[in-house]
Design a protein around this ligand. Structure first.
Ligand code: DAH
Length: 350
């Protein structure tokens, strides 16, 4: 018993000496080391408590008291040191040589680069803003109404098969299959005239070299009195020329989309062979980049626009598709792997 109390006293002296050293430079890391070695689970104090178990019952209270006193004194010192650390560490930081932010950098500076889809989207939005369009955004998780039924694609209509859809558990919600849902959101919010573009992610159950489950589209809607197909052709021709260059032709092919009448698919002269015919365009000289048409009266009806008074056009183009064409990228899937080596080939957008 005498030995345990002696031991406690000895440990107190040891601790005081150690703490005294830490006090000279009270850094948090040193204080933490000190705390763990004395108060930690495997620390000196716990060992003393272990020893206490084998002390004679009658003498245990006194021995216990000695250990408790030691613990309190250690705790007090550790807390004091922690307070000292705050001021000490600030002073230490301030006394370091300041960083001269005007010094030139040594070595090579690694610059970030923008994703090809981001680059293409910026180019497109710049072209549309110049033409006076408003940029719109819409939900990626949407209701059936906006993605399908309001766009003249009723339930059970075979046109729904054109787009394999990811439905959510609650079947009334889905991942939008196209940016055309924004047509409905926008027209319900705005009175005509409208003139807007909306870029965004879309989702379909699809995966091969030219299709990914997520891809990007840009939707365009124009509604006003007296809008005709020639406006549609003019706008498409103008923005494609501003993105791909003046010498490329565009072509319209009649096609069916439930939300337009008439509908047309839009082709751009192949950016690789410039119309001569190559592997990329399957030797046709043309590449398909999206759909377009005059907005169907049924669509106007679902947003309460008067189709006797107003007409409009819409189109939806693939942004990834256009990026592939502009930058000569062979595999769409590669774009979404996030591989830094692949992405860093693209120049910073200026
Ligand atoms: N939403 C169609 C698709 O994803 C593309 C499209 C076709 C959009 C015709 C339009 C349009 O606005 O008028 O396949």
């Amino acid at each position: 018993m005498a030995s345990l109390i002696d031991n406690a006293r000895k440990l107190q002296e040891e601790f005081t000496a150690e703490a005294g050293k830490v006090r000279e430079t009270p850094r948090s890391s040193l204080i933490e080391e000190l705390r763990v070695s004395w108060l930690g689970r495997k620390g000196a104090l716990n060992k003393l408590y272990e020893d206490l178990k084998s002390v004679d019952k009658a003498e245990r209270p006194e021995a216990g008291k000695a250990i408790n006193q030691l613990r309190q004194s250690i705790e007090k010192e550790v807390n004091e040191l922690k307070e000292l650390a705050v001021g000490f560490e600030i002073k230490e930081k301030l006394s370091r040589t300041p960083v001269d932010i005007s010094l030139p950098l040594k070595g090579e500076l690694s610059q970030g680069s923008l994703h090809p889809v981001t680059l293409m989207r910026s180019l497109l939005l710049k072209a549309f803003r110049r033409l006076g369009f408003t940029v719109y955004d819409g939900p990626e998780v949407d209701q059936d109404f906006y993605n399908f039924s309001a766009l003249n694609i009723p339930e059970h209509h075979p046109a729904r098969d054109m787009q394999d859809t990811f439905f959510l558990k609650d079947k009334n919600f889905l991942l939008r299959t196209h940016t055309s849902n924004i047509q409905i959101h926008a027209m319900l919010q705005e009175k005509p005239p409208v003139r807007l573009v909306a870029p965004g992610r879309v989702y379909r159950v699809d995966n091969d070299a030219t299709h990914t489950p997520m891809f990007h589209q840009i939707e365009c809607v124009v509604v006003d009195r007296g809008i005709s197909f020639s406006h549609l052709k003019g706008i498409i021709d103008s923005f494609l020329k501003s993105v791909f260059g003046n010498d490329l032709q565009t072509r319209f092919r009649p096609s069916f989309f439930p939300f337009v009448e008439p509908g047309a698919e839009v082709d751009l002269q192949c950016t690789i062979c410039r119309g001569k015919g190559c592997r990329v365009c399957s030797h046709t000289g043309w590449l398909e980049i999206g759909g377009s048409g005059m907005i169907h009266p049924n669509v106007f009806e679902s947003v309460q626009y008067d189709s006797e008074d107003y007409t409009g056009f819409a189109f939806g183009f693939g942004i990834d598709r256009m990026a592939m064409l502009a930058y000569g990228l062979p595999d769409l899937r590669q774009m979404f792997t996030g591989d830094y080596r692949y992405l860093s080939q693209f120049p910073i957008y200026r």
